[in-house]
Design a protein around this ligand. Structure first.
Ligand code: THU
Length: 132
């Protein structure tokens, strides 16, 4: 699976965004180690703090399907004017299931993608010993 294809799937997922408050659509596409792809979008709430991000929704959907091993994630933010990276909370939650070298792709348009890793986005990750 190449980066552009996974980004296109994330972009498609952003069409389902429920974001009447921010009007900021986000789509995430998670490539699982078994080759399957799980998508998610942001789901806002009128009690604003209950909003959940696209990345976390994709991840919890995948884990709920028994998938715990991932090889890449792409995030599309088509309403932005620049590539928008995963928020701090999502970086923490993604790091629970993704090793530091796992690629993260994000962008607001297909020809301006940022390609990085979980380790770059969430350095000095801590507390792994609690999961042992
Ligand atoms: N959002 C995401 O879904 N992922 C991110 O990484 C950044 C923020 C959503 C939350 C909210 O619905 C909207 O984008 C504006 O913050």
């Amino acid at each position: 699976m190449d980066i552009d294809k996974l980004y296109a799937i994330a972009l498609e997922a952003s069409r389902a965004s429920y974001s009447p408050y921010s009007r900021f659509r986000v789509g995430a596409a998670l490539l699982c180690s078994d080759g399957s792809i799980v998508t998610g979008t942001n789901v806002e709430n009128r009690s604003f703090g209950l909003t959940t991000c696209a990345e976390r929704n994709a991840l919890v959907t995948a884990v709920g399907q028994g998938k715990r091993s991932f090889s890449m994630i792409a995030v599309a933010t088509p309403d932005a004017e620049y590539p928008v990276s995963p928020c701090g909370a999502c970086r923490q939650v993604l790091s629970e299931f993704m090793a530091p070298e796992i690629p993260v792709i994000f962008g607001h348009k297909a020809d301006d993608l940022v390609v990085t890793t979980i380790g770059q986005l969430f350095p000095y990750d801590a507390l792994h010993e609690l999961g042992k």
